[in-house]
Design a protein around this ligand. Structure first.
Ligand code: ATP
Ligand code: MG
Length: 414
């Protein structure tokens, strides 16, 4: 342990990175609001059961990635690895069923014990939307359109590809599951340990395995799409039609799955090739059985989450902070005046800085370093006249301005 280092996989977010994060989160929040999604926040930790029940005991997250601990009262708690489970828990414990449909936007830190690399951290951030209470394809079209809209507004639309798949309804998935397990049973000696563990409880996830041996087996596995009943096909077609109408391009990826039983119909992901191994930017799907599986009233739901760090790496450099007006007093009497002046400017909406110490030259240097647009210089002469010398920091041009007219004069620098 080295206590002065951040914990492995965690990062300080310094101002420059914060600007990028904020650009991502605020763009998402604003656009989500146009679609009627209002922000909610759930706690960053929950009872471990919340995640075990929703993510499934065999998922990577539950088996390998959770930060879990016992608190002083002996409760088993987990730092949230994702937010859907918390939202579902909030829906149930808050008795929100009477307010359906509900559209939520969430953002904040998530925690997963993973091997850190570029775009993969142990504390990372997500933006997330959840739409509860709508069982038809219009809901899926809406959340995918919202995702595409946000990616477009962030200027990354041309760096991502939307991949879609359908898991079908319960009937289709069950019939496929039986077929798949029957097929995989024949290759028990070839499957990886992880996949063998999933064979009983979460066989669909085997399709998503990155293990070479598994991939060879999967290559000839029966296909999900051959087991769709008419209702499932219609749902998937409706979503595709909707996306076409909205002008959203996609490609179908038949191995894109979410293995757990309460996922159904849509699974989708926006992927990129610009982030090396971390190709997943935004991922989502429909989870009609989830709230019921947690003990709530049967409630359909669909949603997605995107990694803020990954998006932050992809966007163009956001504009820096507003350039300040520097107030530069010379002499003690002027300092008192400057103190009230800088406050007055800030209250009038200017970004204003006070040159803290040294002679005029040193303070002007400081103003330059602070990237000031203008310096408001007050010396004894100026004080006597109730005026200031305003220096344009780009041109060096100086103008004497009455203190009472200062805001008007500085308006050009806003
Ligand atoms: P991956 O395949 O990269 O592990 P995932 O399937 O675990 O992703 P989800 O659980 O679907 O990811 O989370 C949604 C999004 O959150 C991902 O698309 C990604 O952008 C982001 N994300 C997931 N895990 C991390 C992490 N450890 N660090 C940074 N971002 C992450
Ligand atoms: Mg992962």
């Amino acid at each position: 342990m080295s206590d002065l280092q951040p914990v492995r996989g965690t990062h300080d977010i310094l101002p420059e990175d914060h600007r990028r994060h904020r650009q991502v989160t605020e763009t998402a929040r604003q656009i989500a609001a146009r679609y009627g999604y209002e922000e909610i926040s759930t706690p960053v930790f929950e009872f471990s059961e919340v995640f075990k029940r929703t993510l499934g005991e065999t998922s990577d997250i539950v088996t390998k990635e959770m930060f879990s601990f016992e608190d002083r009262g002996g409760e088993q708690l987990t730092l949230r690895p994702e937010v859907t489970a918390g939202v579902a828990r909030a829906f149930i414990s808050g008795g929100l069923a009477q307010h359906l449909p509900l559209k939520f936007f969430c953002q904040g830190p998530m925690f997963r014990y993973e091997r850190p690399q570029k775009g993969r951290q142990r504390q990372f951030h997500q933006i997330d939307v959840e739409l509860l209470g709508v069982d038809g394809p219009l809901a899926d079209i809406e959340i995918i359109s919202l995702a595409a809209h946000i990616l477009d507004a962030l200027g990354v639309a041309d760096k991502v590809t939307l991949e879609l798949n359908t898991l079908g309804d319960t009937e289709s998935r069950q019939s496929y599951r039986t077929k798949l397990v029957g097929y995989l049973e024949g290759f028990k000696d070839k499957l990886s340990e992880d996949s063998l563990a999933r064979l009983d409880r979460n066989p669909l996830r085997i399709l998503d395995s990155k293990d070479q041996g598994d991939r060879a087996v999967i290559a000839d596995a029966p296909l999900l799409e051959d087991h769709m009943n008419d209702a499932s096909k219609a749902f998937f077609e409706d979503v595709q039609k909707g996306l076409k109408t909205a002008g959203i391009e996609y490609k179908i990826n038949p191995t894109l799955v979410r293995g757990l039983d309460y996922y159904c119909h849509m699974a989708f992901e926006f992927t990129t090739e610009t982030l090396g191994a971390q190709g997943a930017v935004l991922a989502g799907g429909r989870y009609d059985g989830l709230i019921e599986a947690m003990g709530g009233p049967p409630t359909p739901g669909t949603g997605w989450a995107a990694g803020v760090e990954r998006l932050a790496l992809m966007i163009a450099e956001p504009p820096g902070p507003a350039r300040p007006v520097a107030v530069v007093p010379i002499g003690q009497a002027a300092e008192a005046e400057a103190l009230s002046l800088v406050q007055r400017l800030r209250r009038a909406g200017f970004t204003a800085d006070l040159g803290f110490s040294g002679n005029l030259q040193k303070r002007l240097k400081g103003a330059n370093k602070a990237n000031a647009v203008a310096a408001v210089i007050i010396g004894e002469d100026e004080l006597a006249k109730g005026a200031a010398t305003v220096r344009d920091m780009e041109t060096g041009e100086q103008t004497e301005v009455k203190l009472s007219a200062l805001e008007d004069h500085l308006a050009r620098y806003r």
